[in-house]
Design a protein around this ligand. Structure first.
Ligand code: COA
Length: 333
């Protein structure tokens, strides 16, 4: 008699992170643009952020985070069937940073590609990893969220330069037959009608690099912050509710809520709508600012290594970003 086996679920086997050493405080920014520590703290919760020196690019950050995640998972690079990098600040225009990372890790053959989903990049990568593992098309998947946003921010624009930071976070996913564990539900979505609210016009085929595009500052992040804020709160809440409903779990049954770290006020507003108690929300935006696709996996790695997330915990991930993209996942650790 053959044993009946459920299709596998994906679970996280190991995590890693890389933050550049250089700390830029709000006081440092006061010296550069017309802003104040008080304004930045009260509007965003951010106190400082990490900035990569010119010698470090997004692939360097990916490599360190990926090596840590592989070691934690007790796997070698050759064990990977798929390498994913969520980023809007790739090391090169092309090829994909995932391919550069593959070469750095000293492996070859497996599929490797980047996902451009703004701050939702890691959640999108998680969803792809989950699908590949469930379908049997991959056993082990490396998903990295990595950014050097400092390279595309206009350091003379106070409305954006105070918000962002550099960093990378990684997770290695593998299959589990345990019906109680792993990625229980995901919900990924996008609404392209919002693209003008947060974008970088230059460098693509619409506005290729030229002396004129540089003079116009088209290679910098453009954002309408207060409009973004409103849609962020609504969509983060919406996808998180959908995931909880799909998994049959209520907000107060979540052990940890790990939202994208863009702004403390956005996090608080979404948490209240979801009815997740304040002490179950992980926040590190004060230390790193908004690291875009890196923010959720950096938080996860801090929580795992800090002993906060333990086996059996229900962990709700929630992200929102340029596109607009949005996504949420519920994991039973
Ligand atoms: N320091 C001081 N004043 C600043 C400033 C800064 N760094 N940046 C903007 N201001 C000023 C504006 O010029 C404006 O002045 P005005 O009223 O004289 O025109 C005033 O502050 C209010 O600007 P506003 O944009 O309405 O502020 P806000 O309360 O919406 O806060 C953000 C601005 C950007 C902090 C907030 O909208 C936000 O966090 N939005 C979401 C952004 C985000 O998360 N993006 C990434 C998504 S993944």
């Amino acid at each position: 008699m053959t044993e009946r086996r459920h299709p596998p679920r994906a679970r996280i086997l190991g995590t890693g992170r890389c933050l550049p050493d250089t700390v830029v405080t709000n006081a440092d920014l006061e010296a550069r643009v017309d802003t104040s520590d008080e304004w930045i703290r009260t509007r965003t919760g951010i106190r400082e952020r990490r900035i990569a020196p010119p010698s470090i690019d997004t692939c360097d950050l990916c490599e360190e985070a990926a090596r840590q995640a592989l070691e934690a998972a007790d796997l070698r690079p050759d064990d990977l069937d798929l390498i994913l990098v969520g980023t809007v600040t790739p090391a090169l225009g092309f090829p994909a940073t995932a391919c550069l990372l593959q070469e750095r890790l000293g492996t070859r053959g497996q599929m490797a590609f980047d996902l451009s989903a703004g701050c939702t990049g890691f959640l999108y990568a998680l969803s792809v990893a989950d699908s590949f593992i469930r379908s049997g098309n991959a056993r082990y998947v490396l998903a990295v969220g990595a950014e050097t946003l400092s390279r595309i921010v206009d350091w003379d624009d106070r409305s954006t330069c105070v918000l962002f930071g550099d960093g990378a976070g990684a997770a290695v996913f593998g299959p589990t037959q345990d019906p109680e564990r792993g990625v229980l539900a995901t919900r990924m979505a996008a609404d392209g009608s919002y693209w003008p609210l947060l974008h970088m016009p230059g460098g693509g085929s619409r506005h290729p690099a030229s002396a004129e595009s540089l003079a116009q500052g088209l290679h910098y992040v453009k954002m309408q912050g207060n409009e973004v804020f409103k849609v962020a709160v609504r969509t983060l809440h919406q996808v998180a509710e959908e995931v909880l409903e799909a998994a049959g779990v209520s907000g107060d049954q979540v052990d940890w809520f790990v939202p994208h770290q863009a702004n403390r006020r956005i996090i608080d507003a979404v948490r209240l709508r979801l009815k997740v108690p304040a002490e179950r929300v992980y926040v590190n935006v004060h230390r790193y600012g908004n690291t875009s696709a890196a923010s959720v996996p950096i938080a996860l790695d801090e929580m795992v290594r800090g002993g906060k997330i333990r086996p059996g915990h229900r962990v709700l991930l929630d992200a929102f970003g340029a596109g607009f993209t949005f996504g949420a996942a519920l994991i039973r650790w």
